[in-house]
Design a protein. Structure first.
Length: 320
């Protein structure tokens, strides 16, 4: 079942079970998926609005809190902004004040958005205007940059990427380095999976990805294109910024074929990602892939660690 990030979590959530019937679930699994400070672009709560991009396309955005740097939460495959406002409770996803977004809003400005083709916790499609699928990390980074600009949300930003979302945040950190004050990945995908999987696993995964329907429907990440885009970008990120990598410790599997578990490859890729980012690597998470809903306090604490480090380094918006 695709709980928060496009991959299985330890518990099944009743609300999302309907859209993760075996065939759909297999496809989704295959996609990897302080002290007072200055106000940074907006203040108070914004429980949801549609931001209009060039060409008239709309994207749903939710922001809360005040302070700088602004935290930007980027969900995994198919996941809308409410991945960050819900927690897993007795096998179901429920809205909670202890979820990541409301907790982060206690100490800084925080935003989350619905990418095109994503689905909310109540099984309804997002109101964000659909786009032709598949989409790459560059598409995601360009959209995120445009959404923040159109909404008047000022940097610098601490980028938080879950699963496929980490591909988007890594590319944005490489290409917009001055705007990025820190990074957190939440069992994040990375280009290193191409190297840590066996050739057979990679081939099976790409074959499964290729079976997803195209057109203006559910989100379909283009993983090979994302790898090319990230590897062609400047070294990530320069200058170095504070970073935390959170890795699941309850084994799960992409289930891409009969070539053995992908769990060892996932762990190896996490190690490489943490080394690349010079990040603190948290490997004891007591969670499967959906860390944000299973262990929201762990995620919000990691974000606060990076926000505090960014503030200490002077990476925040100037006082208005």
């Amino acid at each position: 079942m695709r709980a928060a990030c496009g991959f299985p979590v330890r518990r099944t959530t009743a609300r999302r079970r309907r859209r993760t019937a075996p065939a759909v679930a297999a496809a989704l699994v295959a996609l990897v998926c302080a002290a007072p400070v200055a106000v940074a672009g907006g203040s108070g709560d914004d429980t949801g609005r549609t931001v209009t991009l060039a060409g008239g396309r709309g994207v749903h955005l939710e922001c809360r809190g005040t302070g700088s740097p602004t935290v930007v939460l980027v969900s995994g495959t198919g996941g809308a902004a409410d991945e960050w406002t819900h927690v897993a409770v007795h096998g179901a996803l429920e809205p909670s004040a202890k979820a990541v977004l409301p907790e982060v809003a206690r100490y800084t400005r925080v935003c989350a958005y619905d990418r095109p083709g994503t689905t909310r916790a109540d099984d309804t499609p997002t109101t964000s205007t659909p786009v032709t699928q598949p989409t790459s990390a560059r598409d995601g980074a360009d959209d995120l940059r445009a959404v923040l600009a159109a909404a008047g949300e000022r940097g610098p930003y601490v980028l938080v990427g879950a699963s496929w979302g980490a591909m988007i945040t890594e590319l944005l950190a490489r290409t917009d380095a001055p705007a990025v004050a820190g990074l957190v990945t939440v069992d994040g995908a990375s280009p290193h999976l191409r190297d840590t999987m066996t050739p057979e696993q990679w081939s099976d995964w790409m074959r499964l990805i290729g079976t997803r329907p195209k057109g203006k429907g559910p989100e379909v990440p283009d993983y090979p294109a994302a790898i090319r885009e990230i590897r062609a970008a400047p070294a990530s990120p320069k200058p170095a910024v504070p970073a935390v990598v959170l890795t699941s410790d309850h084994p799960w599997d992409l289930k891409v074929g009969r070539t053995g578990s992908t769990w060892p490859a996932w762990l190896a890729a996490q190690e490489r990602l943490a080394a690349e980012l010079h990040a603190r690597h948290v490997t004891r998470t007591d969670s499967g892939h959906g860390i944000a809903v299973a262990q929201p306090a762990l995620v919000s604490d990691a974000i606060r660690e990076v926000v505090d480090a960014a503030r200490a380094a002077g990476r925040q918006a100037p006082t208005r």
